[in-house]
Design a protein around this ligand. Structure first.
Ligand code: ADP
Ligand code: MG
Length: 758
């Protein structure tokens, strides 16, 4: 049993704006426990009441400042936990902090660079690497991915996910057995035999989560996500199985409702999150108090699922993510306070060993048979009648499979029947003799030269087999890599669903989307990696044939020397000469080169797969955002309501008189009246002056626009809310071309405006 308090770490996110001096400091004296000091400036202009204290100090196991990269965070936080999980203990890592403080970045990773991959992909990579290295056990790995939103559980890996919205899926529910063990109904476990399969599951879950998210539910900040790696291991022949679970948890944003200041639907959600995190806090308070007998785990789904992680059978680690900017200081302080309480919780992790009854029965049956046989032998109970044909055939089959079995521990079990034992010996003798005759025939037909190489054969066979295996490996890596050559993936499967107008709009949307720069960059990187992989493949081939040639040269030299020795009646020198030494060192060098390139090729493969998945995810995101935007535009066109015009109290987007003039011209050209001022006032267009690339509606609504969309306006109330996945593109060519005209007009105006402001 390992007794341990929950380990707490802090990670400070790089600020969006330039570093604000003097807000915090980190004291990492080697002899002391590291501490983080948050200093409240006296004159906080934004109304922060600061009449009590000036600075707050918090202790952490370790504090990762802004410049700590993902690799460092993984090495120090996740690797030790993954190590314990491999040894058979449960582990949990959870990230806690306000929205935007870097929880998802830390747990899953950034959406752009390969180097930004977070704890989950790195842990998967590490675990599968270790499993491959350890051949003493048989491992099985399963993955599950649970999302808790508004106190309901959803299976992010449910195959029906793509076809339905969150609400239509069966909810994951908690069942408790008489031993108070928690079981999750409707949460699927997917076996993953390789890192690639596991990574695919992670991305599948993340994509499903993204698809289910609507601007209204903002699930990514309001839900908790639990990615779990279930590992079981067993030694061959043993009936004892070890099970361990590793939960990697991305909690909902910990900010308070008061601060978000939202109303209506969002308040319900905020209340729920708070409820959930509130119950988490209650559990933690209860656990950190001595002599508390009742711990209120059952109050919420999350605390029920994480029951073992909090004060139970688990090695748990918390990462407090902090966004230490002036306006976030109060939230950061409350995150740190929460962490200090968490640090008081004691866990007791035990090895989760279980005896598999089926394996035990099998073992016992075998033992009984052996004992019976032994008894028969001891009591001298001998059978005299001859073995039947069927029995003889059965025996010969046993012998064949025994001879073919590569396992050195395998046994030929015939029982304590001397008739059978004798027959086995006879049969083996016959096989041996047959083999000898065959070999003699072959040898006599071969040249005598080869005869002298006989001792080499076994060794050569082994080497050839290894080379073959390695070659198979390379081929499979390369062919997998090549299979993923970048297709024009934007286009795949989308065009046929779209009307012409919609296609054109998508082209424009795609071009002007903020993510397109990242996507293009990644595409470039991917292309580079592909050509690198191709070039490496060729170099590996060259190296391999060079190795072959060098080996051949060395062998030829040997043969020549032997021939020379025979013809001149001289002894063959035992030590290799200078020329051979040279050849051998070249061979070693070439082998090293080969190995380095092969390792690089394997790493490239992982990187290519990861980038490919990032791109696929970006594609889905782009498509989804386009659909939302397109549906909005279509609805705006269709809503021909006079009420709409009364909304022009919202901030008009185009301020200059010139552009306003152009707009009114444009509007007056349309009879539908659907292009009201409201359209310009959604706040979604004012990105133009910041970034000229984003001419079209900002795909990622800013907090400002979120707020607007969440405050129900009469117009929005009149639009039926549908889950994103079910919003059809209009498909009506008239409407579509209207929208195109609209986009084009808007674009040209905005372009002019951007040029003018430069
Ligand atoms: P959360 O999940 O806590 O709401 P995110 O992980 O989504 O926050 O982070 C918000 C933004 O900040 C993202 O764009 C993310 O890429 C970026 N970010 C967070 N942490 C870091 C970091 N340590 N280094 C660089 N960028 C970061
Ligand atoms: Mg997040």
């Amino acid at each position: 049993m390992v007794k341990q308090t929950i380990q707490i770490f802090a990670r400070v996110k790089p600020p969006v704006r330039k570093h604000q001096q003097g807000i915090y400091s980190i004291d990492e004296d080697e002899k002391l426990i590291p501490s983080l000091e948050i200093i409240l400036p006296r004159d906080l202009a934004d109304g922060f009441v600061n009449n009590k204290r000036e600075s707050y100090k918090f202790k952490f196991q370790r504090i990762f400042d802004q410049d700590a990269n993902q690799e460092t965070v993984f090495e120090n936080i996740a690797k030790p936990v993954a190590g314990s999980v491999l040894a058979g203990y449960n582990g949990t890592i959870f990230a806690y902090g306000q929205t935007g403080s870097g929880k998802t970045f830390t747990i899953t990773g950034g959406a752009e660079r390969y180097s930004d991959r977070g704890i989950i992909p790195r842990t998967l990579s590490y675990i599968f690497e270790q499993l491959q290295k350890d051949s003493s056990k048989i491992y099985t790995t399963h993955i599950s991915y649970l999302e808790i939103y508004n106190e309901c559980g959803y299976d992010l890996l449910d195959p029906r996910h793509e076809a339905s919205s969150l609400e239509d899926l069966p909810k994951v529910t908690i069942l408790e057995d008489p031993d108070q063990n928690i079981h999750l109904k409707n949460l699927t476990l997917h076996q993953a035999t390789t890192e690639e399969e596991a990574l695919n599951l992670l991305f599948l879950g993340d994509t499903n989560r993204m698809i289910a998210e609507t601007p209204m539910n903002q699930a990514s900040t309001r839900s908790h996500c639990i990615f779990t790696i279930h590992l079981s291991s067993k030694e061959p022949g043993s009936a004892t199985v070890r099970h361990a679970k590793l939960h990697l948890v991305d909690l909902a944003g910990s900010e308070r409702v008061a601060k978000t200041g939202v109303g209506g639907h969002l308040l319900t959600e905020a209340k729920y999150i708070n409820l959930s995190l509130h119950y988490l806090e209650q559990v933690i308070i209860a656990l950190s108090e001595k002599h508390r007998s009742h711990i209120p785990y059952r109050n919420s789904m999350m605390t029920s699922v994480l029951r073992d992680s909090l004060g139970g059978n688990c090695m748990t680690t918390m990462i407090a993510t902090l966004s230490l900017e002036k306006r976030n200081l109060d939230e950061s302080i409350s995150t740190c306070r929460f962490a200090q309480r968490v640090a008081l919780i004691k866990n007791e992790a035990v090895l989760n060993e279980e005896i598999n009854p089926r394996l035990v029965i099998k073992r016992l049956q075998k033992e009984i048979q052996e004992l019976k046989d032994e008894l028969a032998m001891v009591t001298g109970e001998q059978r005299t009648e001859a073995l039947t044909e069927a029995e003889l055939l059965q025996l010969e089959k046993l012998i064949t499979s025994f001879l073919e079995d590569q396992d050195s521990d395998s046994r030929l079990e015939v029982g304590a029947d001397m008739r059978k034992v004798h027959h086995c010996f006879h049969h083996l003798k016959k096989l041996l003799n047959d083999k000898k005759i065959l070999e003699n025939n072959t040898v006599s037909s071969e040249s005598k030269d080869q005869d002298c190489q006989e001792p080499l054969k076994e060794e050569e066979y082994r080497k050839l087999r290894d080379i073959l295996k390695q070659r198979d490996n390379e081929i499979s890596i390369l062919s997998e890599v090549m299979k993923k050559l970048p297709l024009s993936w934007f286009e795949r499967g989308m065009r046929e669903e779209m009307s012409l107008g919609c296609q054109e709009a998508f082209e424009i949307f795609k071009r002007d989307h903020a993510d397109s720069v990242t996507i293009d960059d990644n595409k470039q990187i991917l292309k580079q990696r592909f050509s690198e992989a191709k070039a490496l493949g060729e170099s590996i081939n060259e190296a391999r044939s060079k190795i072959g040639h060098l080996k051949e040269e060395i062998t030829q030299r040997h043969i020549q020397q032997v021939a020379l020795g025979i013809s001149e009646n001289m002894a063959v020198p035992l030590m290799p000469d200078q020329q051979e030494e040279k050849l051998r060192s070249q061979l070693e060098e070439e082998k090293r080169r080969y190995k380095t390139m092969f390792t690089r090729l394997k790493a490239l493969k992982v990187e290519i797969e990861h980038l490919q998945l990032l791109m696929d995810k970006a594609k889905v995101k782009l498509q989804k955002e386009f659909e939302v935007w397109w549906a909005e535009e279509a609805t705006n066109l269709q809503v021909n309501s006079p009420a709409v015009n009364s909304l022009d109290h919202t901030k008009p987007f185009l301020q200059t008189s010139d552009s306003q003039h152009e707009w009114s011209q444009l509007l007056s050209n349309k009879s539908s009246g659907g292009w009201e001022v409201q359209d310009q006032g959604t706040g979604r267009f004012d990105v133009c002056d910041v970034n000229a690339r984003k001419i079209l509606p900002s795909p990622c609504p800013s907090p400002h626009s979120q707020k607007q969309s969440s405050t129900s306006t009469p117009l929005e109330d009149s639009i039926p809310k549908r889950p994103v996945s079910s919003i059809p593109l209009t498909g009506d060519s008239q409407t579509d071309s209207d929208i195109i005209a609209f986009i084009k007009a808007r674009q040209s105006i905005l372009q002019k405006q951007c040029l003018g402001s430069n």
